[in-house]
Design a protein around this ligand. Structure first.
Ligand SMILES: Cc1cc2nc3c(=O)[nH]c(=O)nc-3n(C[C@H](O)[C@H](O)[C@H](O)COP(=O)(O)OP(=O)(O)OC[C@H]3O[C@@H](n4cnc5c(N)ncnc54)[C@H](O)[C@@H]3O)c2cc1C
Length: 119
């Protein structure tokens, strides 16, 4: 038995949002059959729909992030993380959050040290 997960849709192509579950499954199965030559009948074919589940980066995304990063240097202690920024996969956002957590700990430490020195 195998589990095959297929994802449908991309920026600018929302045809799947109006397709019935039957039509969607048929279309995806045809494409998978073409690509892999599958035989057999699926036991289950659930179709969860997440219309806004995956960020779609547009041209200029990196430039916008650079502007945000520059602005954030004026706001120590504020961090933006998540799949909307630097990678939609789990690995990307874990790396991003780890980096944010390290910087956050440093900012908190510096704030505590500065506060202690002022006392
Ligand atoms: C169908 C699908 C399959 C995927 N498969 C994979 C995969 O196989 N491998 C992989 O690496 N990645 C996969 N991803 C991507 C992965 O799920 C995302 O990269 C990851 O979940 C992004 O985490 P996030 O914290 O940025 O966003 P999310 O996981 O969406 O978390 C955001 C959280 O913030 C909450 N929230 C939103 N707005 C507010 C608000 N105003 N106030 C309070 N809370 C709020 C939401 O309820 C949610 O809990 C998949 C994504 C989808 C949609």
């Amino acid at each position: 038995m195998v589990l095959i997960r297929c994802m449908v849709g991309r920026h600018g192509d929302n045809r799947w949002t109006t397709m019935t579950e039957t039509a969607l499954v048929r279309r995806v199965r045809d494409e998978v059959d073409d690509a892999m030559g599958l035989v057999g009948t699926p036991i289950e074919q659930p179709v969860p729909r997440r219309p806004r589940g995956m960020p779609q980066y547009l041209v200029g995304h990196e430039g916008r992030l650079d502007v945000i990063d520059t602005t954030l240097t004026e706001l120590p202690g504020l961090f933006l993380t998540g799949s909307a920024y630097r990678g939609v996969g789990l690995a990307s956002f874990i790396a991003e959050r780890t980096a944010a957590a390290i910087v956050s700990a440093r900012v908190a430490h510096e704030a505590t040290t500065t506060s202690a020195l002022a006392d």
